[in-house]
Design a protein around this ligand. Structure first.
Ligand SMILES: Nc1ncnc2c1ncn2[C@@H]1O[C@H](COP(=O)(O)OP(=O)(O)OP(=O)(O)O)[C@@H](O)[C@H]1O
Ligand SMILES: Nc1ncnc2c1ncn2[C@@H]1O[C@H](COP(=O)(O)OP(=O)(O)OP(=O)(O)O)[C@@H](O)[C@H]1O
Ligand SMILES: [Mg+2]
Ligand SMILES: [Mg+2]
Lengths: 225, 225
């Protein structure tokens, strides 16, 4: 499903180079639930942006469902992002002038999916925010914004969910509820990759990729209770 | 030092009222290290904004160092915020077009403090980001932005530090380093209030205020190893 080979990303800043990702290689099969951990600045979000087709690598290759992502045109990449991938951003990326409901509805409108309003309300309901539907992002708490971002990522039932620290702003009880939603979606067939700093989230994933200084330092599979 | 009596905050949204904070009362003495915990949406950031003089309550009173905050004019409130309080925002609130160094330097420039550039570099060094000084926020990882926000809050040695989920985007090792910086500042006399969802952070604070639905549900003091 996801095949990454020698994937690299270098940022240039003035005359300085930042090697954010260095020749990372791994495969993820359809239906896996994988966590990614590592120190702040180790390249996790950079990797997620490449996996989510939001950015292109400086080197190496990325095949998604056997398609070489670097061979796609811009509109084809947009189609993949809209139809196949649900992305929860570390900083949420909500539209500031739209309500929670409008933010969640957006991927459905892009994809011309019918009954978008009902589906969006349903998704908000799943993250416990039905009564916040009319609030704009600046009228929501940090954890509520995070949950709107999650609701938006799962609303069109994507086959791949990429969530960058989805429980960072949530208390443990709400975090557990969100993790259970992800496990439910995984049980229904979605391939899920979660970046997390929380060992209790990572412990519930059968596989964990550890990042260090832009490299993959360890690929650990473990039994999960 | 901090005296809060029947403090309330109600947001109005169209014809709906949101009781974000409901008659909260507590006192915090100079030099205390206090954590605030509670479910997402329970009013923690709302309370922090009032304590930080960033917003005014709908009811009740807030005395800071014996001054009734509601009696202050706008420029006096700005003076208190700049000279006495260091605030770490849950969503960082960094200036997007300024570098990390310029962001950290800003409170010193406002306060006309000399040697601002050296002090700002020193503060960035304390959070492990000396080599990210020239990066702008969108050229930093989530945890690096959080640390720039922390560096900015502590750069002018404030007597009160209000940190809203300061380790939410940090791996455990970096989070421990940041918490140790706060404990060091507390040992040097700063009064520190941390909102956190992380029990391991809260366990290191001798006192924890628990919020629930806008109310203070418990005020717990405990011995700390
Ligand atoms: N400007 C606003 N208008 C209307 N409602 C608001 C506004 N700001 C916050 N709220 C609501 O007030 C409640 C408390 O918000 P607050 O940000 O204090 O929560 P919190 O405890 O910090 O949550 P979190 O842990 O998710 O950050 C939330 O339910 C939120 O939806
Ligand atoms: N646009 C950019 N220009 C230059 N450097 C960048 C840029 N974006 C990220 N970086 C750097 O690349 C490194 C990796 O960033 P990345 O966001 O992938 O880290 P991360 O593992 O997600 O960290 P965190 O846990 O703090 O979110 C960081 O050190 C960061 O400073
Ligand atoms: Mg990140
Ligand atoms: Mg908050």
């Amino acid at each position: 499903m996801i095949e990454v080979a020698q994937l690299s990303k270098t940022y240039r800043l003035g005359n300085q180079e930042v090697y954010a990702l260095r020749e990372v290689s791994f495969n993820i099969s359809k239906g896996e639930l994988v966590s990614i951990m590592g120190p702040s600045g180790s390249g996790k979000s950079t990797l997620m942006n490449l996996l989510g087709c939001l950015d292109l690598p400086s080197g190496g290759s990325y095949h998604l469902a056997n398609i070489d992502v670097q061979s796609l045109k811009a509109n084809e990449l947009a189609e993949v992002r809209n139809k196949q991938i649900g992305f929860v951003f570390q900083n949420f990326n909500l539209l500031p002038r739209a309500t929670a409901l409008e933010n969640v509805e957006l991927p459905l409108l892009y994809g011309r999916i019918p009954q978008s309003r009902i589906k969006a309300l349903d998704s908000l309901d799943k993250v416990g925010l039905r009564d916040r539907a009319k609030h704009r992002p600046n009228e929501l708490s940090g954890g509520e914004r995070q949950r709107v971002a999650i609701a938006r990522a799962i609303v069109n039932n994507p086959s791949i969910i990429l969530a960058d620290e989805p429980t960072g702003n949530l208390d443990s009880k709400t975090g557990v509820e969100i993790l259970n939603s992800f496990k439910q979606l995984n049980a229904e067939g979605a391939t899920i990759i979660l970046v997390t700093h929380d060992p209790s989230v990572s412990d519930q994933c059968p596989r964990t990729l550890f990042m260090m200084d832009g490299c993959l330092s360890k690929d650990e599979r473990k039994p999960v209770s």
